[in-house]
Design a protein around this ligand. Structure first.
Ligand SMILES: Nc1nc2c(ncn2[C@@H]2O[C@H](COP(=O)(O)OP(=O)(O)OP(=O)(O)O)[C@@H](O)[C@H]2O)c(=O)[nH]1
Length: 357
């Protein structure tokens, strides 16, 4: 309808929490709504976009999925995100709703703030920030350290913040949320889920709803139509980094994280893949690993997903004629923690089927 702003939902959440899975399910329930999707990914290989385009849903066509593979939206707002939005808004058939999946390492705050840019604000509003959380990871204490202890450490030493980029990001993503999804509830029991819900609710803003999900499955009306106009509220949801550097004009950098792509031939030993990958992930403390592989004798492309030690593989769609085959994996980890040369060598051995284990 003319004059009405297009609602936009920002889906954020830590690496591997289940953002793409949730969006995929949501698109399957689109009920005739035209949803345009903007995906921002850390790493050079568009894995999330590739998975969504390969999922066979009518709502996931090439035209409706726009990938920003420039790494971090907040660093490229002016030359990447704003032009993408402008182009989308200029389309003859405008979308009913826009969904943006941020990279698992992105701070949602600068992205939401970009909706206050005049040419965007006139036509679009942030319907809500949905933060997806890996409830099983939180239950294991991976992002739920003792807050009092951390507060005391921070008070004693301002530089300590940068030793904890993961936990800070996690907190920033919670603080930015209008709705929090505790995903992977299937991996924990009811009592643990209650405990995690409580912990997360304490870290979030008071009115924020926390809902549990399994496999990212939630009714579309729970996710869309929050009417939050978050762009008007985001100034009060500052990230750690913004608070630390307020007034300094300090641009944030992404030195804390690193990603690279390993490309090899067909996957020689699909049956031994999971165990071989687990060993490499553990040895090198890899945070996230994902990509596609060619399996000899199979016409379908194999999707490989690893979040910590949890690994999943499935065939998603046939290779198209002329499409590059072989195996390509994005590796994401902490800067200074990744030995790129060794990891590449070990992953190439896994692909070739002669990993040492
Ligand atoms: N057991 C379980 N696995 C899940 C659930 N949701 C997602 N996964 C799996 O977790 C892995 C990561 O899911 P994605 O949807 O790709 O996560 P993401 O947040 O988009 O990942 P990044 O974009 O890399 O940050 C995949 O192997 C999913 O199949 C869930 O509710 N339960």
């Amino acid at each position: 309808m003319l004059g009405q702003k297009i609602p936009t939902t920002v889906v954020t959440g830590f690496l591997g929490a289940g953002k793409t899975t949730l969006i995929r399910h949501m698109l399957g329930e689109a009920k005739g709504r035209r949803i345009a999707l903007i995906i921002n990914e850390f790493g050079d290989l568009g894995v999330d976009g590739g998975i969504l385009k390969g999922c066979g849903l009518e709502a996931c066509t090439e035209d409706d999925v726009i990938e920003l593979t420039n790494g971090c939206i907040c660093c490229t707002v002016a030359d990447d995100f704003i032009p993408t939005m402008t182009k989308l808004l200029a389309r003859e058939e405008r979308p009913d709703h826009i969904v943006i999946e941020t990279s698992g390492l992105a701070l949602p705050q600068p992205l939401v703030a970009a909706f206050n840019w005049p040419e965007i604000k006139a036509e679009v509003t942030v319907d809500g920030v949905v933060t997806v959380i890996d409830a099983a990871a939180v239950a294991e204490g991976r992002f739920a350290d003792d807050e009092e202890k951390i507060a005391a450490e921070r008070a004693a030493d301002a530089s300590i913040d940068h030793d904890n980029p993961l936990e800070e990001l996690f907190e920033d993503q919670i603080r930015a949320a209008d709705l929090i999804v505790l995903n992977k509830a299937d991996l924990i029991d009811g009592t643990t889920l209650e405990r995690v819900t409580e912990e997360v609710a304490q870290a979030s803003l008071p009115a924020v709803k926390v809902v549990a999900a399994r496999g990212g499955v939630l009714p579309i009306d729970v996710l869309l139509g929050l009417n939050s106009a978050t762009e008007d509220l985001i100034a009060d949801r500052k990230s750690h980094h913004e608070m630390e550097h307020e007034g300094e004009g300090h641009a944030h950098d992404h030195d804390e994280f690193e990603s690279f792509v390993v490309s090899g031939g067909p996957l020689a030993d699909p049956d031994g893949l999971k165990n071989a990958l687990k060993a490499v992930i553990e040895r090198h403390d890899i945070l996230r690993l994902k990509g596609f592989a060619e399996v000899p004798g199979k016409a379908m492309r194999l999707v490989i997903q690893a979040v910590g030690q949890r690994i999943e593989t499935y065939f998603d769609r046939p290779f198209t004629p002329g499409e590059a085959r072989g195996t390509r994996l994005v590796v994401i980890g902490l800067h200074d923690g990744l030995d790129e040369t060794a990891i590449e060598k070990e992953l190439l051995a896994v692909i070739a089927g002669n990993a040492e284990g």
